[in-house]
Design a binder for this molecule. Structure first.
Ligand SMILES: Nc1nc2c(c(=O)[nH]1)N[C@H]1C(S)=C(S)[C@@H](COP(=O)(O)OP(=O)(O)OC[C@H]3O[C@@H](n4cnc5c(N)ncnc54)[C@H](O)[C@@H]3O)O[C@H]1N2
Ligand code: MOO
Length: 422
């Protein structure tokens, strides 16, 4: 028997990947604390409120070209049309007084167009001299005038809460006159690794030791303006020490991420240590390859993500679970599922678990993009990731993959797209 959300894909008791991610995300409550971010340091933070246009954008009708502003009614019959030039309007200058007779106003790009003038003729279509301008071509009503409010009306939402602040959002805030934006407080993530075999880079490893690569790797992956990641160190395979470390971290972080000790070996202490610290396990073992022994749960006010020790499994687990959990903690909508593309590789496998292979997108002129693998699979092999920019995603139900078969494409970085039209 399997319970809801479980599958028998690779032995009993594995959670189906999508349901496992949804379950982990459901544990996360959006953080409501906010900070004020000056525009100079706002990039990469998450907006805590919609940005509303305080005024129409643009604020006033203005010239889109250097040339001459005039009224269509002053262009009688067929051209060319000579008109007296009655003044100059430049960007930043006050609009000249209205003039009732037939005339043209010399106007420069960005200058307000006085009421009544209904078109701007670009200067390439004019001949000017001696206080006169001859219009050789009428561009028609409204030409070369950017109308007030044509980009946004006053009160319009320019971007919603939950948007990652990028160059476009900074530009919109600035043009709306806002020097500071409310942003979601940085998501506090603590990273710890477990393993008696781990020594820090720089320290000489004993015969059975390895350098701890997961902690610097995960901290590097979390080095983002919207996240405050803290290094909680490498801990020995000692249940009491792990319990104490988890207990201490629970009150200080929104999300605690660990690697190692998640499987079933005699020294895999994560589950008992987590339970002893007062945590509740909400999921363990997922139908994915690599990364099957992933565990997640709640402890105090924090959520916990226990990733496997194998480095590729740890990186992938952070990308799939950590990214989705952080999005929810930040009040952001879920990322859409991976886009599908044609496989540019062959891969023998058995259906059951969703499989992830280091890959990149190959874009050849005139052809659809293909996903190509970059040197093999393996939960512990970091080197194939060097040439990769993401993972090929082989659906759980698929067995051997042949070139042209549909596979998913999961870039390493959160795409910043959302599943919502907002
Ligand atoms: N009988 C079974 N054995 C294993 C299973 C299973 O289902 N039944 N699952 C395997 C899978 S899949 C994985 S993944 C690993 C994950 O187990 P753990 O999370 O307990 O990880 P460890 O055993 O601690 O480490 C696995 C591997 O990764 C190396 N490692 C650990 N931490 C780091 C680090 N910080 N930096 C670099 N490398 C690290 C560690 O030395 C091991 O080689 O379990 C399988 N076994
Ligand atoms: O799931 Mo494990 O990460 O394959 O080695």
């Amino acid at each position: 028997m399997t319970s809801p959300g479980e599958c028998n894909c690779d032995g009993p008791g594995l959670l189906a990947l999508d349901q496992a991610v949804a379950r982990a995300v459901a544990l996360c409550r959006p953080v409501t604390d906010t900070d004020d971010a000056p525009l100079a340091t706002a990039a990469g933070r998450i907006s805590a409120a919609p940005l509303v246009a305080p005024e129409p954008m643009p604020r006033f009708d203005h010239a889109a070209m250097d040339g001459y502003a005039l009224r269509g009614e002053d262009l009688g019959g067929s051209g060319p049309w000579p008109l007296p030039v009655t003044g100059l309007a430049a960007a930043g200058g006050a609009a000249p007084a209205a003039n009732s007779g037939p005339h043209a106003l010399r106007i420069l790009t960005g200058a307000p167009v006085p009421a009544g003038l209904d078109r701007v003729v670009m200067q390439e279509d004019c001949t000017a001299g001696d206080g006169m301008v001859t219009i050789r071509r009428d561009p028609g009503p409204g030409a070369n005038i950017r109308r007030a409010g044509e980009d946004a009306r006053a009160g319009q939402i320019l971007f919603p809460a939950g948007r990652r602040i990028d160059a476009v959002a900074v530009a919109l805030a600035a043009i709306a006159g806002r020097p500071v934006l409310p942003v979601v407080r940085r998501t506090r993530v603590g990273v710890m690794t477990f393993g008696d075999e781990l020594v820090a880079p720089g320290a000489p490893p004993g015969p059975a030791a390895i350098h701890d690569s997961n902690r610097p790797m995960l901290l590097a992956a979390l080095a983002r303006p919207d996240v405050a990641a803290a290094d909680l160190g490498a801990l020995p395979d000692d249940q009491a020490i792990i319990t104490a470390a988890i207990t201490d971290a629970a009150g200080r972080f929104d999300l605690i991420v660990s690697t190692g000790g998640a499987s079933v070996g005699d020294r895999d202490h994560l589950k008992p240590a987590f339970l002893a610290a007062g945590g509740t396990i909400e999921g363990w073992r997922v139908a994915m390859k690599p990364g099957k022994p992933v565990m997640f749960g709640r402890i105090g006010g924090a959520v916990f993500l226990g990733l496997p020790g194998n480095p590729v499994a740890a990186l992938l687990g952070l990308r799939l679970f950590g990214t989705a959990m952080i999005r929810r903690l930040q009040g952001r909508p879920a990322e859409p599922p991976p886009v599908m593309a044609a496989a540019g590789f062959t891969h023998g496998r058995r259906a059951g678990r969703t499989e992830f292979l280091p890959a990149r997108l190959s874009c050849q002129p005139g052809r659809q993009p293909a996903v190509v693998t970059t040197g093999g699979s393996g939960a512990a092999r970091l080197v194939p990731l060097v040439a990769a920019t993401g993972f090929a995603v082989i659906p759980a139900a698929q067995d051997t993959v042949a070139p042209g078969d549909p596979v998913g494409w999961l870039p390493f970085a959160d795409t910043d797209l959302s599943g919502d039209p907002s």
